[in-house]
Structure formats: structure tokens, C-alpha cells
Design a binder for this molecule. Structure first.
Ligand code: MF3
Ligand code: CO
Ligand code: CO
Length: 276
């Protein structure tokens, strides 16, 4: 499948789906604290999506080729878990860092976003990893405009992460998104400037860097989904769904509770005014 250029009508629906996904993170934020299980967070999010928003949790029963159906409605990846952590009996404890990844379907279109949450007061090193990974997300997004290449996004992320002594996970990437959860193109979080597909207005894809405090190598757990760092070092991830606009980009996964973009992006002037 070639990379789709979304129509104005499709973009309008993607804005709605993106905002709703971000609003699930706003909703769950006050519940992410010591003593709660990841399974409870999943239930709260599931009920909010289905009962309050009228959205479909895209992960539930999602079965990409070679995988068993994903059993829950959200992903919760704690500490050395990189991504796709399955909610369950795990009790959050003070000092944990947790990625919560939400994908909703509304009116046939997907919105996909994740944030890091701090439980209690994690170590300085853990907080720094979360902060630098958030900066990596925005370093990538700041590259987005017509004519830029996918390699520009990956390169900006890789330089920032490695400049802090961290490593970039290679096996998972951002992705086109729309009527399907994962579409073309693949958005690598490493690469060379000027290489790869040229961006065009109307493309919509995610940027979702996974950054490890230690080595980049990963392992899959026996549950068939959870990915962990091979060296058990901490890992962090942030994700937004992004539209290429004629003058730059628009982040679609915006909500009142999403951290606003950093000054180094505001200064670039590429952001189209978002409508939270
Ligand atoms: N939300 C993830 C992403 O950003 C995908 C999760 S697939 C699941 O692409 F099945 F694990 F939910
Ligand atoms: Co995604
Ligand atoms: Co996601």
C-alpha cells in the first residue's frame, strides 16, 4: 500500500480520534499512583473509552501477523519494559516509571498517543530519561514539513538520545495511521538526514521513540507481547500522532493535560495552531 494522503474529511476525523486518545491519558493520570495495579488502570481506561467516549480500544484483540490477539485495551510498560506491556496484577510502587499507550478508534479512524508517568519520586536518572525521551519526541516532530525526509526525523531523535548517552530501540518504529492502526510509512527513530521518503501535506503518522538508558538490545517475554531491555536498563517512550500541513505539522493527539511543546519547537515556527 502506498502512503495515503488524507482528505480534509479524513483529517477532521483524525483530529477527533487524536484528541479522544489524548483525553484518555488525561483521565487516567490521577489514577497512576503507588498501590494500583496496571490491570486496574486498564479497566478504568476501557470503561472510559467504551462507556464515556464511545470509542473502541484498538489494542483489544489486535492480532498483527505472527502475533496472538492482544488481550487488553491499553499498554502499560513499567521501568525496563520497552513497550506493549500487558496490564495485569503488577502493583505500581514508588519510584516506578510507566508508559501508558492509548489507541482509540472513533468513526473508523485511529488516534494513538502515549506518555510517561512517574510514580512517587523516581531517581534523578529515571526522571532524566523520561525528560530526554520527551525531548526526542519533539526533536523528531520539529522536523516535520513538506519536503523533509523521514530520515531527518530519525536522525534528530538519534542525535539527541545518543548525545545523552542513551540508545534508540531499532525494532519498533512510528507508523502511518488512519482507518488502519498501522499503515505505511515506517517512521524509524534513527537514520540519516536527507534519506528516506519525502513528506507531503496530508500524510499522518506517529512519532514514538523508545529510548533505553543502557544498551539498545531488547527481548520479548513469553506472553508474546511484552518487550523488555536485554540488559534490564530503564526504557522510556512518548508518542504523538502528527499531520503534515502545508507549512509544517499539526499534532493531532492534543488535550488539556498533554505537556505543551517545548520552546525549541515553538521557536521553529513549524507548528500549526492546535485546537485543544
Ligand atoms: N500503540 C502501539 C503503537 O504505538 C501499538 C500497540 S499494539 C498492541 O503502535 F496490540 F500491543 F496494543
Ligand atoms: Co503507534
Ligand atoms: Co501507541
Amino acid at each position: 500500500m502506498p502512503i495515503q494522503i488524507k482528505t480534509a474529511e479524513e483529517i477532521a476525523k483524525m483530529r477527533v480520534a487524536g484528541r479522544l486518545a489524548a483525553e484518555v491519558l488525561d483521565f487516567i493520570a490521577p489514577h497512576v499512583k503507588a498501590g494500583v495495579t496496571t490491570g486496574h488502570l486498564d479497566k478504568l481506561c476501557h470503561d472510559y473509552m467504551v462507556g464515556v467516549q464511545g470509542t473502541i480500544p484498538a489494542p483489544l484483540d489486535y492480532t498483527p501477523p505472527g502475533h496472538r490477539p492482544y488481550p487488553k485495551s491499553i499498554c502499560t510498560s513499567v521501568n525496563h519494559q520497552v513497550c506493549h506491556g500487558i496490564p495485569g496484577d503488577k502493583v505500581l510502587k514508588p519510584g516506578d516509571i510507566v508508559n501508558i499507550d492509548i489507541t482509540v478508534i472513533k468513526d473508523g479512524f485511529h488516534g494513538d498517543t502515549s506518555r510517561m508517568f512517574l510514580v512517587g519520586e523516581p531517581s534523578i536518572q529515571a526522571r532524566r530519561l523520561c525528560e530526554v525521551t520527551w525531548e526526542c519526541l519533539w526533536k523528531g516532530i520539529a522536523q516535520v514539513r513538506p519536503g523533509a525526509r523521514l530520515g531527518d526525523i530519525g536522525h534528530a531523535i538519534q542525535v539527541h538520545a545518543e548525545g545523552h548517552g542513551y540508545s534508540v530501540v531499532r525494532e519498533f518504529c512510528g507508523h502511518g495511521i488512519g482507518r488502519r492502526f498501522h499503515e505505511e510509512p515506517q517512521v524509524l527513530h534513527y537514520g540519516k538526514p536527507g534519506q528516506g521518503v519525502a513528506l507531503e501535506a496530508g500524510m499522518i503518522f506517529t512519532v514514538e521513540p523508545m529510548i533505553n538508558a543502557g544498551r539498545r538490545d531488547i527481548r520479548a517475554l513469553g506472553d508474546g507481547w511484552t518487550i523488555v531491555t536485554a540488559d534490564h536498563s530503564l526504557s522510556a517512550q512518548w508518542e504523538h500522532t502528527v499531520l503534515v500541513t502545508p507549512s509544517g505539522f499539526e499534532v493531532l493527539t492534543v488535550s488539556a493535560g498533554a505537556p505543551s511543546m517545548p520552546a525549541f519547537v515553538t521557536a521553529s515556527g513549524a507548528a500549526t495552531a492546535a485546537t485543544p
